[in-house]
Design a protein around this ligand. Structure first.
Ligand code: ASP
Ligand code: MG
Length: 456
């Protein structure tokens, strides 16, 4: 069970999470491993303090620290009516003492290496898990706090430690499994890891989901639950389409497409370890725990023909034409070699006989690219466009999908179309001014009205 920063932001949130963990102690999940992020904005606060120290502004760094101390004290006070237990109090004081030492060291040296940064940032999770574990113990629950560094082995890429899955499996077997038993809870930190030499690392910002998937895979968990503030992954961005619905089942490939095209789903790379180990990952709502949720698995065979919509903009469309391209082999190779060398990433591609259309990020540096391309082709540029991606495993088995897409957009000009090579993503390019309207209409036409798969 992984809970993010907003789920453990204060005492009230932590109480709610404790309730969920207690409920999980039923027969369905007799031995939960609880993986927590740092409370609320703690990681940001630690980063800010570290940066202030780096430029020698120790007063600002210590002010920032004071604020964090206050937040954590307040949370602890709110959880223990009869006073904060002595050992928790000591652990919190200790942790803040160590952060202060580190900040003073950074300020003295005016140097903040990724390694020092990780050492400082890791305290956010140390603190949230200390407080939470003590609270569970105080509630009479059989709870053990485990230092994630005793299991989450990474290489020494500080700031973005690369996990060593094999070592983690071994360490989980010796340092975690024996503590997990029926009715027993283990609490540990997301985001934090350690090198073989025992140096503290982190998995990179937002790394707690990744931690949960890695721990889950190592322990062969029955399920990895990502608890968050939405009812699972939705069919579209609810700020654009208020009628967006939670998706019951999502395949890993669909999740990857949606993330690539701008949906705020879990980053699929973060749950890959669980998917590879064939462990279902569920995205659940802390506010509505009994409500709907999304299960992400390796493969999904049921559901609507269109699973979800996502969009991304602004993007730029380049149409590259060359009369010399006609009947000439190797043109595409020559074309993309230029993009590759200039490090410009291409998303969609559509080819015609004498031209190729492709999309690039709006902020791509086009000048050097255009200069090179102009030696063998002409290039038309269309800016301020958006890609709308229609994603679903069953797209390829859905006849008439195209007519439904066009039918919903009789007055919106579709400038480019691309069916992803994996056949689960039909993308269209439109003017960015039409992005919202396009999403709303497609959501009505493809998701709300027809429910062919019957997955309500
Ligand atoms: N606390 C870390 C962060 O804010 C990790 C996480 O929340 O997943 O980036
Ligand atoms: Mg987070």
């Amino acid at each position: 069970m992984k809970f993010g920063g907003s789920s453990v932001a204060d005492a009230a949130c932590m109480r709610q999470v404790a309730g969920l963990v207690r409920e999980a102690l039923g027969p369905a999940s007799p031995a939960p491993l609880v993986v927590l992020s740092a409370m609320g904005k703690t990681t940001n606060g630690l980063f800010q303090a570290a940066r202030a120290a780096e430029i020698g502004d120790l007063p600002t760094a210590l002010d920032q620290l004071k604020q964090l101390i206050q937040d954590h004290r307040l949370a602890a006070d709110g959880l223990f009516e009869d006073g904060v237990p002595e050992d928790l109090d000591r652990a919190v004081t200790d942790a803040f003492g160590q952060i202060e030492l580190l900040l003073r060291g950074v300020a003295l040296l005016r140097e903040l290496s990724p390694r020092s940064q990780d050492a400082i940032a890791s305290f956010g999770e140390q603190l949230s898990t200390r407080i939470f574990a003590a609270f569970l113990q105080n509630q009479g629950l059989d709870t053990t706090w485990v230092d994630a560094r005793s299991v989450m082995r990474t290489d020494s890429t500080f700031g973005e430690g690369q996990p060593n899955a094999e070592a983690i499996r071994e360490l989980a077997r010796t340092n975690m499994s024996p503590l997990l038993g029926a009715g027993r809870i283990v609490v540990t930190q997301g985001y934090v890891g350690s090198t073989e030499e025992g140096l503290t690392t982190t998995l990179g910002r937002g790394g707690s989901d990744y931690s949960a998937a890695l721990f889950g895979a190592a322990l062969q968990a029955a399920e990895v639950q990502i608890w968050t503030d939405v009812e699972g992954v939705l069919t579209c961005d609810p700020r654009i389409v208020p009628g967006a619905l939670p998706i019951p089942e999502l395949s890993f490939a669909e999740a990857a497409e949606l993330a690539a095209f701008g949906a705020k789903v879990l980053h699929p790379a973060t749950i890959q370890p669980a998917v590879e180990a064939r462990i279902p990952v569920t995205v659940r709502s802390t506010q509505k725990p009994q409500g709907r949720f999304t299960t992400i698995t390796g493969e999904v065979h049921t559901g609507r023909s269109v699973t979800a919509l996502a969009s991304r903009g602004p993007i730029t469309v380049l149409t590259v034409s060359s009369s010399r391209m006609l009947a000439q082999s190797g043109f595409l190779a020559r074309l993309f070699e230029v993009f590759g060398r200039l490090n410009i990433s291409v998303d969609l591609v559509a080819t015609a006989e004498v031209s190729v259309s492709l999309t690039v990020e709006a902020d791509a540096l086009l000048k050097p690219l255009l200069k090179e391309l102009s030696t063998f082709a002409t290039v038309q540029i269309a800016e301020d466009r958006a890609i709308v991606a229609i994603v679903g495993e069953r797209l390829k088995h859905t006849p008439g999908l195209g007519s439904r897409v066009f039918g919903a957009l009789p007055d919106i000009n579709i400038e480019m179309i691309s069916m992803g090579a994996n056949e689960i993503n039909l993308s269209i390019v439109i003017k960015r001014g039409h992005e919202r309207e396009t999403l709303c209409r497609l959501h009505t036409a493809l998701i709300e009205s027809t429910d062919q798969g019957g997955a309500a």
